[in-house]
Design a protein around this ligand. Structure first.
Ligand SMILES: Cc1cc2nc3c(=O)[nH]c(=O)nc-3n(C[C@H](O)[C@H](O)[C@H](O)COP(=O)(O)OP(=O)(O)OC[C@H]3O[C@@H](n4cnc5c(N)ncnc54)[C@H](O)[C@@H]3O)c2cc1C
Length: 395
């Protein structure tokens, strides 16, 4: 394991840091959290700047249009982008972390030619239509039905928790093409253009007050067979290819941003009057935040270890689950500490007392989502129990 930059990595870091220092301060203020069309436009502009500077698709292979950076350089990118407070990939997440890498690995030459560049430039936004009302943790139970009719699939059913659906151009979607075989064997992976007739998007508002995801109602949507990725009924294997990208470095940028949030909380505590001094005079608070800081440091070290092991072809079994499980716990406890410090200010979704308190409140509410999205904490515990500790399998 190398925890220090190689000569090439140090040069990459220096060049990137200079570019970020010049570029990020020129960006306009970020749009309102709940204004998804504005967020899409803002992020598309940033993504185009990354593309023009050669930083888009940093960890994508060169043949897919990416930079082909080493895993170490990818981590440097995430670290420097977080330190510079560069915009995070939100609406572009599914395209960059799921659909693009899946098409590179499994797509036809036509699918790659049609889709990859639009993802990298930020022109095209993707959403993920995997979960259904009765198929979340047990995803393979999905029931949205696709019936072959000539050179189309006719798709009818319902998806739920589809992030970014209201602003997406394409949906990576799992459908049931054979209901008469064991559930994992009758699934197919399709690319669904979101402007096809028969698609109704009903936004769902979260506790943060923003419609970040939606329900999709599909009524005889005709999807060309050429939009299938992988073979018919081989979609479960392709879906696992898709999800393997998310469980790699999917939450690392967010974890680094949580470190920034923790440092902001220290500043807020130092400025919050309490008794004869400030909230920061409380040794209990300093101890609790010290523990959080140590755990976030440990997660960063764990990430580097995994990336180093992965580069040698030996990513330890269950490491993505262990990271996600620990991170969900830390971010939730940090949120609880933030509410203690903010006291009554935690009831407002606006900044109070000239301090960035709203981010802390949003962080606490977002922690609930972290423990669910990308596989719940209970499911991560099951994976660790069965595949790492070798405990008996769930029936
Ligand atoms: C912010 C966010 C964004 C999301 N974005 C998307 C998206 O873009 N596209 C998409 O398709 N989905 C998305 N999801 C859905 C997400 O994948 C599901 O919420 C998740 O898989 C859990 O499924 P569920 O909500 O149906 O809960 P369920 O599977 O019904 O689980 C309910 C509870 O039972 C527990 N449980 C279930 N099975 C077991 C078991 N075997 N052992 C122990 N406990 C168990 C769970 O841990 C949970 O606490 C998103 C979710 C969130 C929170």
């Amino acid at each position: 394991m190398h925890l220090r930059d190689t000569t090439e990595e140090a040069a990459f870091r220096a060049e990137l840091r200079t570019w970020l220092a010049e570029t990020v301060p020129q960006l306009p203020p970020e749009p309102d959290h709940a204004d998804w069309p504005a967020r899409r436009a803002y992020e598309a502009r940033w993504q185009r700047m990354l593309f023009d500077a050669g930083y888009a698709g940093i960890n994508w292979p060169v043949e897919g249009g990416g930079k082909g950076a080493s895993p170490g350089e990818h981590l440097i990118y995430l670290e420097e982008a977080s330190a510079a407070h560069a915009p995070e990939v939100t609406v572009g997440f599914v395209g960059q972390m799921h659909a693009g890498p899946t098409l590179i690995a499994e797509g036809t030459p036509e699918q790659k030619a049609h889709h990859l560049r639009g993802i990298l430039t930020g022109e095209h936004v993707w959403c993920q239509g995997f979960s259904e009302p009765e198929a979340g943790s047990d995803l393979a139970s999905l029931r949205t039905r696709a019936v072959r009719d000539g050179d189309h699939y006719v798709v009818t059913g319902q998806k739920i928790w589809t992030s970014n659906a209201s602003v997406a151009d394409y949906c990576e979607m799992l459908v049931r093409t054979d209901p008469d075989v064991p559930k994992h064997k009758g699934i197919t992976w399709l690319i669904m253009p979101m402007d096809l007739p028969g698609i109704e998007v009903r936004p769902l508002v979260t506790a943060v007050g923003s419609a970040e995801f939606a329900e999709l109602f599909l009524d005889e949507v005709r999807i060309p067979v050429e939009n299938r990725v992988g073979d018919e009924n081989d979609g479960w294997r392709v879906a696992n290819v898709t999800l393997s990208f998310e469980r790699g470095t999917g939450f690392v940028r967010e974890m680094l941003d949580t470190q920034n949030l923790m440092h902001d909380l220290v500043t807020i505590a130092q400025a919050t009057p309490k008794g004869d001094g400030t909230a920061w005079d409380d040794p209990g608070l300093r101890r609790d935040l010290g523990e959080i800081a140590a755990e976030l440091d440990a997660l960063w070290a764990y990430t580097k270890r995994n990336v180093s092991a992965g580069a040698r072809g030996g990513l330890p079994m269950g490491s993505g689950s262990a990271f996600k499980l620990s991170y969900a716990s830390v971010v939730s406890r940090l949120g609880d500490i933030a509410l203690r410090v903010l006291d009554r200010a935690s009831l407002a979704m606006d900044d109070i007392g000239n301090q960035p308190t709203a981010d802390q409140v949003r962080g606490r509410l977002h922690a609930f989502a972290v423990s669910l999205g990308g596989g719940t904490s209970q499911i991560q515990q099951n994976i660790i129990a069965e595949r790492v500790l070798g405990l008996p399998r769930e029936r």
